[in-house]
Design a protein around this ligand. Structure first.
Ligand SMILES: Nc1ncnc2c1ncn2[C@@H]1O[C@H](COP(=O)(O)OP(=O)(O)OP(=O)(O)O)[C@@H](O)[C@H]1O
Ligand SMILES: O=C(O)CCCC[C@@H]1SC[C@@H]2NC(=O)N[C@@H]21
Length: 252
């Protein structure tokens, strides 16, 4: 297994409300990037203000950093995070595991939702002071279908689907170096290799999918992602690019 990356702090907490919330509380006191993991997360947040359900044994962690790459960096980093999580899981579970990526950054296992990634930023006037990349993975248990919204993807757990037991610490120690490797690759070579690697792992490329842009739903053939990470759909009305990753601004 690769070593923990130099210059990145590692905090493991017994319990927390939300690792993203904790990331913003800690951010002013940090001198560099940090991973914050909690063994129990009691008020995890999902996208669009939804609660994230966290049974014991699941992975809940946030990487907090100060972005330096200008506009669009958060969206690009959300693809880096999904790729890193995919690769860390393959390294721990073996290549036979049936993982795929769902735009913009879900990791699916056997077609169900294994993980979720929530990016939040703090800052004023459109400039980001801190970016929190929060990652939840159903290692041990997934919520029942009745506990998630009607029409949501089927939640699955690693243990339930494969019988494999991976601890949150093991995943953190594989994920942090994987994230660093892909982030360094992007620094050196730009978004192109990230885009290519993401597409190589994407679910349902070339198939008809339904995407949500704000309150509208758009159906079309999934024809890839562009150089900003926007979803490319070919619809009855022509080609549409749906901007990548919704970023939520928190206080501060
Ligand atoms: N541990 C969990 N595993 C899977 N889903 C969960 C979990 N906890 C809560 N959920 C909720 O289940 C729903 C599943 O998310 P899903 O990705 O299918 O929908 P979405 O986020 O609305 O859609 P999209 O990914 O297309 O934006 C969300 O409401 C999510 O917050
Ligand atoms: O809705 C989603 O798909 C995103 C879920 C993100 C959950 C993770 S768990 C660790 C981090 N802390 C939070 O409060 N949320 C994210």
């Amino acid at each position: 297994m690769a070593d923990w990356p130099d210059g990145v702090a590692r905090h493991v907490l017994e319990r927390v409300d939300s690792t993203n919330a904790e990331a913003f509380r800690l951010a002013p006191h940090l001198s560099g990037p940090a991973w914050i993991m909690a063994r129990r997360q009691e008020a995890g947040r999902g996208r669009r203000g939804r609660p994230w359900n966290d049974p014991p044994g699941n992975f809940a962690a946030t990487l907090v950093l100060r972005p330096t790459g200008g506009p669009g960096e958060a969206a690009r980093l959300s693809f880096v995070a999904a790729l890193a999580l995919h690769d860390a899981l393959v390294a721990l579970c073996g290549p036979q595991i049936r993982l795929a990526l769902k735009w913009p950054n879900d990791v699916l296992l056997n077609g169900g939702k294994l993980s979720g990634i929530l990016l939040e930023s703090s800052g004023t006037g459109g400039s980001m002071t801190s970016l929190a990349i929060g990652i939840g993975v159903n290692l041990a248990a997934a919520p029942e279908s009745e506990q998630v919204e009607a029409g949501a993807m089927r939640p699955v757990s690693l243990l339930g689907e494969t019988g494999l037991t991976i601890t949150p610490e093991e995943l953190l120690d594989a994920l942090a170096p994987a994230f660093n490797d892909w982030a360094r690759r992007m620094e050196n070579e730009g978004f192109a290799p990230i885009r290519q690697a993401w597409l190589a792992r994407a679910a349902r490329l070339g198939e008809t999918i339904l995407a949500r842009a704000g309150n509208t739903r758009i159906e079309g053939r999934f024809d890839g992602i562009d150089e900003t990470g926007a979803l490319i759909l070919t619809t009855a009305g022509g080609r549409q690019a749906i901007p990548a990753a919704e970023i939520y601004f928190s206080e501060g």
